[in-house]
Design a protein around this ligand. Sequence first.
Ligand code: PEP
Ligand code: MG
Length: 542
Amino acid sequence: MAEERNKIIEGKSAFSGIAIGPIRELTKKNKVVRRNHVDDADAELKRFESAKEQAIEELGQLYEKALAQVGEENAAIFEVHQMMLEDEDYCDSVHNIITSQQVNAEYAVASTGDNFSEMFASMDDEYMKARAADVKDISERLIRVLEGKSEDVGDSQEASIILADDLAPSETIQLDRSKILAFVTRAGSTNSHTAILARTMNIPALVCVPAEEGLDGKQAIVDGKQGRLIVDPDEATLKEYEAKLKEEQRHRELLVALKDKATRTKSGREIRLYANIGGVSDVGAVLMNGAEGIGLFRSEFLYLEKDEYPSEEDQFQAYRKVAEMMAGKQVIIRTLDIGADKKIDYFSLDTEENPALGYRAVRICLDRPEIFKTQLRALYRASAYGNIAIMVPMIISRWEVLKVKDIIEEVKAELTAQKIPFGNPEFGIMIETPAAVVIADDLAPEVDFFSIGTNDLTQYTLAIDRQNAKLDTFYDAHHPAVLKMIQMIIDSAHKAGIWAGICGELGADTELTEQFVNMGIDELSVSPAMVLPVRERVVEMD
Ligand code: PEP
Ligand code: MG
């Protein structure tokens, strides 16, 4: 039977834009390798040794095949990989991690692979630099063998449409973004953090796509605007979408003209237009899109990337780097917002019946002050190197703000005693619970600014779980209750002489830009790709 052409699979749009290319179904290889404790390290060493033997054998077969097909010179790489698998330093490192940390071989191989490839990548010599990819390759091969999987022939190195059942935020940020044309997930919701991440990375994304198995390698189109995946498009459809893609690119070029313009209406009212980021690697997009600062640095991604608490030094380096790259422009770093949909194994959080109403964000920070203080010390230390501001999520009560300020005073006293320099960061809170809106008059005198988290504010106001895809039709971001609350927040801020901004997704809704400016908003912080469209709306205003 002939394969069906132009098969349209309807999903939901998480970020618009068009992508055309091959589908790559995400295999386990691209997933995070778990770190498990093992009682019998000797048994793990044996598993590693036998996986190594199998990998060497596989490479031998590959060498023979390549020799016949592409000649000796091109086949030689497989011999190099065989030698690398027997490299003493590499094997010693794996052995050492297994025995000293009592962990599984997969984890030991993944860590060794990361360490060695980083080391090679940082070398000056071009030949040695290129070895980084090889170490990665052999480590992935070993992990696959250890997991009992056979070779994934469908894997390709070309940029592709990534198809997966679901993507956890920690998995999403570990993907090589230069190889991603679009994200398509079978599960997920448009308000999930993965969807937000796709927007931050400026990548078309679809969720809730009931795609069947066996699409790996097929040509497809992602229509992020209409929320559809078109598999194996016919000539006419392909032409139509290539034209749309061109149009999109032209529009982008047009917007570049606005990159270095002030975000000012014709009558002279100016707002600050900032961007949201998840980590250091997003700063390039912030600068490229001409954002005037960073209005939300979701610091929890630093924690999600790791499999143990990031140290004060690790965090300091990341915050400092962002502050330095932004060269004096404001960088608002949100303190840890973990919990709800963002779970981290090493936090050992209990399973909760209502995680969105549970142990999360500032609640964890106040309950586990040692974690909070490490972050605050890193933030204060970094504040000596740029224009850093600190903001705290999920506030519901004034006492929480006062308690955070007490802890900040302790941190400042410690740093002073240790003669460690720090700056004078602005201190703000996120207004993302109805409770905070109602008591905004009492909160405002305690802080320098309010930043409205419309994602959670909408969730808590409308009683709609933002993770629940079934409720997307009820999740009315323009609900009058939410818009009225935004006005209340701005008014409370101005009454106390502080500024108010929006860093939730609603801030990027160009249908509301004019309304926000008229309401008196001082700042909007949006995903980097939305900076120019929002600026376009403001400069068009009278
Ligand atoms: C929000 O809730 O609007 C927000 C910006 O924070 P997050 O989406 O990370 O919860
Ligand atoms: Mg929030």
